[in-house]
Ligand binder design. Structure first.
Ligand code: 3HC
Length: 314
């Protein structure tokens, strides 16, 4: 078959809603953009553990500490699923880590903000994981089999993350005046970075049209962002939190909560490495990746020894 025929067959498969598997023929641009997005998604999961781990030793109760530890462990597991799914394109995990540590690969801007107090842990679980659920539920329909299947497992765990965060915020909003103020302050600091997780407007998005043509994305950045706003504003009002947007208003016709323009200068500054914690996050990742080299070396040595033993017993 000519390349044109192969492409036509591939596009027919996508149109028919078939899953593309690692050994199937696919256009280079398809695998290239999937690897870009999946590796960045994996990096985001791993870097995302840093802001939360800051509060494990300061959790207000043993129950809170156990829940936070479970969430952080989940995020590490999400990173592993996604690195494994990205490795189906033949890239080595070490190469993906090198791309992250040298700035060649991105991770979600939201993790470059500091966690100043316990309410931030609530806001992250409720808003950041809440936004991730909206995006990842869509990605579970992705045409690439390994990514779609990783999302199904991840979304189940995100549900727990979002609910535990909302529980923290709800509890604080029934607490003392100081606790209410702390929760509202965290809402004010995390609301806009959570909206930025969905990426630029569709009109400015360089990847959306191709990603939607090949059903990597089945819904656009703006559509998902609006779904998140509609769902979360109601949740905020239910526990007495104010959404930090003076222009927020409900449109009865569209049934959407209309909101102000995102500060795109801030968005691109953080994406380009100039957010409050970008340097801290990367320095931390590099330090502990290097300190953990002995674990990887020991695992590889053990694997080699096992293979050697199997060879001699065959
Ligand atoms: N942070 C960092 N970079 C971002 C970004 C953000 N919030 N939004 C967009 N970008 C980047 C894109 O990566 C792309 O840059 P690149 O070409 O160098 O990769 C550029 O901005 C243009 O954006 P596009 O919208 O054209 O790019 P995409 O089509 O890839 O859409 C996306 C951006 C919606 C973030 C998409 O990449 C995506 O769905 N990624 C997977 C999901 C993900 O990463 N979720 C967030 C973090 S994971 C998480 O929250 C874990 C939870 O458990 C806490």
């Amino acid at each position: 078959m000519t390349d044109e025929q192969k492409l036509a067959k591939f596009e027919a498969r996508i149109l028919a809603g078939e899953k593309i598997e690692p050994k199937d023929w696919m256009p280079e641009a398809y695998s290239k953009t999937l690897l870009r997005q999946m590796s960045q998604h994996a990096h985001s999961e791993v870097i995302g553990m840093q802001p939360e781990s800051n509060w494990v030793l300061r959790a207000p109760s043993l129950r809170a500490k156990k829940i936070l530890l479970a969430k952080i462990q989940d995020e590490g597991g999400h990173g592993l699923y996604l690195y494994s799914a990205a490795e189906t394109f033949g890239i080595d995990r070490a190469e993906m880590i090198e791309q992250l540590q040298t700035g060649k690969a991105k991770y979600s801007s939201v993790f470059n903000y500091p966690t100043l107090n316990w309410a931030d842990i609530g806001a992250i679980g409720w808003l950041v994981d809440g936004a991730a659920i909206v995006n990842q539920t869509m990605l579970a329909k992705c045409s690439y089999g390994p990514y779609s299947r990783a999302m199904i497992r991840i979304c189940k765990e995100e549900g727990f993350h979002q609910r535990q965060g909302y529980e923290i915020m709800a509890k604080m909003m029934t607490g003392t005046a100081a606790q209410k103020e702390m929760a509202q302050d965290a809402m004010n600091r995390w609301w806009w970075p959570a909206l930025m997780m969905f990426g630029p407007h569709d009109a400015e998005s360089v990847h959306t049209s191709e990603s939607m043509r090949w059903k990597i994305k089945v819904e656009s950045n703006d559509k998902l962002r609006q779904r998140f706003v509609n769902r979360t504003v109601e949740q905020a009002h239910h526990i007495g939190l104010t959404v930090p947007d003076a222009n927020l208003k409900y449109n009865k016709e569209t049934m959407n909560w209309e909101f102000s323009e995102i500060n795109w200068d801030e968005f691109w500054a953080v994406v380009k490495g100039n957010g409050p914690c970008n340097h801290q996050r990367m320095a931390h990742h590099i330090k502990y990746h290097n300190e953990g080299a002995w674990v990887r070396e020991a695992a590889i040595a053990y694997e080699n020894k096992l293979q050697q033993k199997q060879k001699t017993t065959v």
